[in-house]
Design a protein around this ligand. Structure first.
Ligand SMILES: [Mg+2]
Length: 127
């Protein structure tokens, strides 16, 4: 008789629930601030393609920061450039998901659990 792997995978139900709850709460905060700052006003702002493009721009800023030696952030000097720009990307994603009532916290947990079941390099990918 072989033991079945736990259905919860590498994340316990307790950690999953707390992570999802916290992530959703942070998404609501990001969306509140973004809305108050006018970033959902008008058709150019209330646009999924714009939000995705702006998230891309934060990742490009992270790459450019690394290309420049990952200097200290100008805005939050206790962090480096990559840390700041990754934070910006996450903030934009959380804001977008909250605006659309998308369940980003639960989706992250579900995707981590799914990825843990995938084969080495997802079945033969080079990288
Ligand atoms: Mg940025």
């Amino acid at each position: 008789m072989s033991a079945e792997p736990p259905k919860q995978g590498p994340i316990s139900e307790d950690i999953a629930a707390r992570f999802s709850h916290t992530m959703m709460a942070m998404a609501e905060i990001c969306n509140f601030i973004s809305t108050a700052n006018g970033f959902w006003a008008g058709p150019l702002n209330d646009n999924d393609a714009t939000k995705i493009a702006l998230t891309h721009s934060e990742l490009s800023e992270a790459l450019e920061g690394l290309r420049a030696g990952n200097p200290k952030s100008d805005k939050i000097p206790e962090f480096n450039s990559a840390e700041e720009e990754y934070a910006d990307a996450i903030i934009r994603i959380l804001d977008h998901c909250a605006q659309r009532d998308w369940r980003i916290g639960e989706a992250v947990v579900a995707k981590i659990r799914y990825n843990a079941t995938r084969p080495f390099r997802h079945g033969g990918k080079a990288f």
